[in-house]
Design a protein around this ligand. Sequence first.
Ligand SMILES: [Zn+2]
Length: 153
Amino acid sequence: MTRRPDATARSHREPSLQLIPPDPSARLVVDIGHLEPEDHARVTFLVPFVGGFRRMFAVHWPARGVAPHLGRRPFPECWPLHPALVAELAMVERWAAAVEANVVEGTGGPDRGYDAWSRHVMFVTVPMVQEVARGVARSRCLHRLSPGPCPSA
Ligand SMILES: [Zn+2]
């Protein structure tokens, strides 16, 4: 008796499949009250996604107090105040959703789009976050971490 190919597995895949499971407990520690409404809404929307991203790639930004290696620094809490970084994270979130939709609908198979997305996250997004993190560590970033508005706004 041969094993039946699991043809139904894909269509029964959890529709909630997520490349980066969001972290609903993620909170901002930086004041974004001064942002334009559009930017404010975008950051607010991204918080759980960025929390999940932060957790998933935690090895790239050791916790404060952990001996830094390879120039790695803690995750930059002021990420919402770096427009280029916010734009990058928003793009990665939309791209992840598109890849997930592709997988769930079964139109392209589970690998379509994933490899390119994954490479981009590793070679563009993570290094971009690390660069901001290094700036914070060198006090080049003057974003005050609550309370009060960002002095560089
Ligand atoms: Zn900053």
